[in-house]
Design a protein around this ligand. Structure first.
Ligand code: CAA
Length: 293
């Protein structure tokens, strides 16, 4: 099946990025969230990031305007009824995701596909909230979506070959490189990334080095674009902790136990860049890093 009309539920950082790349690729997009203000906030992020791409000469002003013209806004999920594929990018919490998918299942055409952008919740469990587990899949975009090449495509136990093929094709049409994996805790991306971040936190916790030293070693020594603690601040320390807990519980191995310092920082509300403080300090929530941190 070919996917032309894409619904995106959740107009936050990930949802707005997904809407951005889909619209730029010529798809008709319906971007929805629970309030007009949240949809408008997502659209302003899209406008800003498209503007940045125009400034860099990567996108023409005409393509930007056409992309923005292809994004419809919605607050009621009923507006998603005509979509070929709906990608969910709401809060990383299983109960509201299951509720949303059950509602979408009752609304969409029988052949339409459902995808979750979850970073660690079981695709098989989310699919079980619907009567179309064969047409349900994980489509895990990376942040920042307009820049990152990868889409991790996660098959639940019941996902059909046709669904996987259609979603892989749609991801390619959006200019991404899809890579398939199976539905086990953390999939591949976070099963590998989060233990590295956790180990970096342990290095600070045990006084091996400062956050800046850990990051500089990994940046200059391993050619990572960001050190692991800068990346953790960027992702959100609460998200990192939640994913580590999924790995710890789901795989039952203490090698995934979250560092106590990470737990303590989350308890303090030091959630990273979005909170203005994490391993580093920022000029307010979402602001630029201030030095010395
Ligand atoms: N939209 C559009 N373009 C953007 C952008 C955005 N939101 N953010 C950055 N860019 C562009 C910039 O304009 C710039 O373009 P040019 O190359 O044409 O100049 C380019 O991306 C690089 O940006 P900057 O020069 O501002 O800064 P940088 O070189 O430090 O790169 C970065 C920023 C791309 C974020 C880079 O640091 C990086 O790749 N970091 C690692 C990101 C990463 O690992 N993401 C995955 C996180 S894990 C996840 O998402 C999943 C999960 O489940 C937790």
């Amino acid at each position: 099946m070919s996917i032309q009309r894409i619904g995106v539920v959740g107009a936050g950082q990930m949802g707005s990025g997904i809407a951005h790349v889909a619209a730029l690729a010529g798809k008709d997009v319906v971007l929805s969230d629970v309030s007009d203000a949240l949809v408008e906030k997502g659209l302003s992020v899209i406008r800003k990031n498209l503007g940045r791409q125009v400034e860099k000469g990567k996108v023409t002003a005409e393509a930007r305007d056409a992309a923005l013209g292809r994004i419809a806004h919605a607050v009621d999920v009923a507006a998603l009824a005509g979509c070929d594929l709906v990608v969910e990018a709401i809060v990383e919490d299983e109960a509201p995701k299951r509720k949303l998918f059950a509602a979408l299942d009752g609304l969409l055409a029988p052949g339409a596909l459902l995808a979750s952008n979850t970073s660690s919740i079981s695709i098989t469990r989310l699919a079980a909230a619907t009567k179309r587990p064969d047409r349900f899949i994980g489509m895990h975009f990376m942040n920042p979506v307009p820049v990152m090449q990868l889409v991790e495509v996660i098959r639940g136990i019941a996902t059909s070959d046709e669904t996987a093929a259609a979603v892989v094709a749609a991801a390619r049409e959006m200019g991404k490189t899809p890579v398939e994996c199976r539905d086990f805790p953390g999939f591949v991306s976070n099963r590998v990334l989060m233990p590295m971040i956790n180990e970096a936190v342990f290095a600070v916790f045990e006084g091996v080095a400062t956050p800046d030293a850990v990051d500089t070693i990994m940046k200059l020594g391993m050619n990572h674009p960001m050190g692991p603690l800068t990346l953790a601040d960027f992702i959100g320390l609460d998200t990192c902790l939640a994913i580590l807990r999924v790995l710890h519980e789901g795989l039952g191995d203490d090698k995934y136990r979250p560092c106590p310092l990470l737990v303590q920082m989350v308890d303090a509300g030091w959630l990273g860049k979005k909170a203005g403080r994490g391993f580093y300090r920022y000029a307010g929530p979402g602001g630029e890093r201030v030095t010395p941190s």
